[in-house]
Ligand binder design. Structure first.
Ligand code: UD1
Length: 429
C-alpha cells in the first residue's frame, strides 16, 4: 500500500510543467474508435486513467503502441463492438465515452455502467436522452448499458436539461457519423469539449460551435486517422497554482493556456496572491496573509468543481470566514472530514461549506477520498506544520502525473512510501 509523506511548512520555488489534460485524453482516446484508422495522440498524460483507457482499447482489438512516454499510436480498424471488459470499464468514469463512440461507428454499443469518483448520484439520463434523439434504444442489462438501433442514426436537436460535460461529449461522439444535422443546445463549454471537437474535425468531422452553448454537427460518412496533441490540463495547473498559494513562495506553472485558468486566477488575486500571466505560463507568488473569499463552483467558464477541494484548503489557510458553494455535484464535501484532521474548521450544510480560516494547519494522517480530494490533502500537507501522511493515493495517481517528483522539484519535502503488511516501510519515490 503506497502513501505520500510530506514534511510541510516549506515555501515552494521553481517551475512545474503541466501534462496533457485527463478530461480531454479519455474522450479523444475513445473517440479514435470512430476513426477506424491509425491515429497518433501526443501530449498524453501518463496517468492511471489513461493507461486504463489504452488497456481497454487493446482488449477491444485496437493496436496500441507507445511511441514515447506521452505519445501513442492507436489503430482502431479492427475493434470489436461490445468487447470492453466489464471490470475495467467500471473502474473508470470516462469509459462511458465508449457508448457514444461505439454507437456512432457500429449503430450499437454494450459497455459497463461507469464508476469513477463518488460525488453522490451521477446520473446519465442526459446521455441517454441524446442517444435516443438520434434514434437509439437504451436499456440496462446486468450492469451493462446496452444501445441498439433499427436503422442508421439520424441527426436531431437535443436540449440538455442540465449542463453536462459527459452528455455533451457522448452526443458529439454519437452524432459525427449520423445522417443529417444534430444540434446540442445548452451544451457544456469546457475546453476539453473544444479539444475533442478539434480532434474529430481534424479526422474529417464537421462540428461547429464547440466552446459555446449551441453545438452543430453535420454528419459525415467516415473519418480518417490523424496526429493530434492534447491541450494542457487546466485542473492540474490550477492544483499547482493553489499549492504555491498555500505553501507560499514563487512558482511558475508552465505549458498552460492562461485563458482556461481565469476563474482560478481571479480568486487567487482576490485572496491577495500575486499572479502574473504570460503567453503559456503563469507565475504564482505569495508571501503575505491570505484574505477570506466566497467561491461557487459552476460549469465552465465558472470556477471548476474539480478545484473545489484544493480551494477549500486555501480558505482554511485564509484569515476569516469564507463560503464555498458546490454548484455541480450534490455531494462533493466528503473530504472535509479529512481536512478537520489538520485542525480545519468547516461546517457543511448540503452544498455549502462555511470555512473558518485560521491562517494555519497542522500535519495529519489522512486519506484521499477521491482524485481531487487527494490533491487537496497533499496541498494541506505542504502548507501545514509538521508531518502529513496521505493514504489511498491510488485516487491521486488516476489523475496526476508524477505529483511527488513535480513538487519535490520546487523544494517540497515529499516522498512516496510503500507500507508492507507488517507495517515495514520502503521509500519508492
Ligand atoms: C466530468 C468530469 C468530472 C468533472 C465534471 C464537471 C470526466 C470523466 N469527468 O464529469 O471530473 O467533475 O465533468 O466538470 O471527464 N448530470 C445529470 N444527468 C446526466 C449527466 C450529468 O443530471 O446525464 C448532472 C450531474 O449529476 C452533475 C452535473 O450534471 O450534477 C454535471 O455533470 P457532468 O458535467 O456530466 O460531469 P461528468 O461529465 O460526469
Amino acid at each position: 500500500m503506497d502513501k505520500i509523506v510530506i514534511n510541510g511548512g516549506r515555501p515552494l520555488y521553481g517551475s512545474i510543467g503541466i501534462s496533457g489534460m485527463k478530461n480531454s485524453a479519455l474522450p479523444i482516446l475513445f473517440g479514435t474508435i470512430l476513426a477506424a484508422d491509425k491515429c497518433v495522440i501526443e501530449n498524453l498524460p501518463p496517468i492511471k486513467d489513461v493507461t486504463g483507457a489504452l488497456q481497454i482499447l487493446k482488449e477491444m482489438g485496437a493496436e496500441v503502441k507507445m511511441l514515447d512516454d506521452t505519445t501513442v499510436e492507436i489503430d482502431t480498424s479492427h475493434i470489436v463492438c461490445g468487447s470492453a471488459p466489464y471490470e475495467m470499464a467500471r473502474n473508470m468514469r470516462g469509459s462511458y465515452y465508449i457508448a457514444g463512440a461505439e454507437l456512432g461507428r457500429f449503430g450499437r454499443s454494450k459497455v459497463a455502467l461507469p464508476g469513477g469518483c463518488d460525488f453522490g448520484s451521477r446520473p446519465i439520463d442526459q446521455h441517454l436522452k441524446g442517444f435516443e434523439a438520434l434514434g437509439a434504444r437504451s436499456n440496462i442489462d446486468n450492469g451493462y448499458l446496452v444501445l441498439e438501433t433499427d436503422n442508421a442514426l439520424h441527426g436531431d436537436s437535443v436540449y440538455l436539461d442540465v449542463v453536462s460535460v459527459g452528455a455533451t461529449i457522448n452526443i458529439i461522439l454519437a452524432a459525427v457519423l449520423a445522417e443529417g444535422n444534430t444540434v446540442i443546445d445548452n451544451a457544456a463549454k469546457e475546453p476539453h469539449i473544444v479539444d475533442l471537437a478539434n480532434f474529430l474535425n481534424a479526422c474529417g468531422a464537421n462540428i461547429s460551435g464547440a466552446g459555446t452553448n449551441v453545438i452543430h454537427i453535420k454528419g459525415v460518412s467516415h473519418l480518417s486517422g490523424v496526429t493530434y496533441a492534447i491541450i494542457p490540463d487546466m485542473i492540474e495547473a490550477g492544483t499547482y497554482m493553489v499549492a504555491a498559494a498555500a505553501a507560499g513562495g514563487n512558482v511558475t506553472v508552465t505549458n498552460v493556456i492562461p485563458k482556461h485558468l481565469e476563474s482560478i486566477t481571479a480568486k487567487l488575486v482576490e485572496m491577495g496572491v500575486d499572479v502574473i500571466e504570460n503567453d503559456d505560463s503563469i507565475v504564482v507568488a505569495r508571501s503575505g496573509p491570505l484574505s477570506k473569499v466566497n467561491v461557487k463552483t459552476m460549469p465552465y467558464p465558472g470556477f471548476p468543481t474539480d478545484m473545489n477541494p484544493q480551494m477549500c484548503v486555501l480558505l482554511c489557510l485564509a484569515e476569516g470566514t469564507s463560503t464555498l458553494k458546490e454548484g455541480v455535484w450534490e455531494s462533493r464535501f466528503r473530504y472535509t472530514k479529512e481536512l478537520a484532521c489538520f485542525g480545519a474548521e468547516i461546517q457543511v450544510d448540503q452544498r455549502i461549506a462555511i470555512v473558518e480560516g485560521k491562517g494555519q494547519l497542522t500535519g495529519a494522517e489522512v486519506k484521499a477520498v477521491d482524485l481531487r480530494a487527494g490533491a487537496a490533502m497533499v496541498i494541506a500537507g505542504l502548507a501545514a506544520s509538521g508531518t502529513t501522511v496521505v493514504g489511498d493515493i491510488h485516487h491521486i495517481e488516476r489523475g496526476y502525473e508524477k505529483i511527488v517528483e513535480k513538487l519535490r522539484a520546487v523544494g517540497a519535502d515529499i516522498s512516496k512510501i510503500t507500507v508492507g503488511d507488517d507495517d515495514s516501510t520502503a521509500l519508492v519515490g
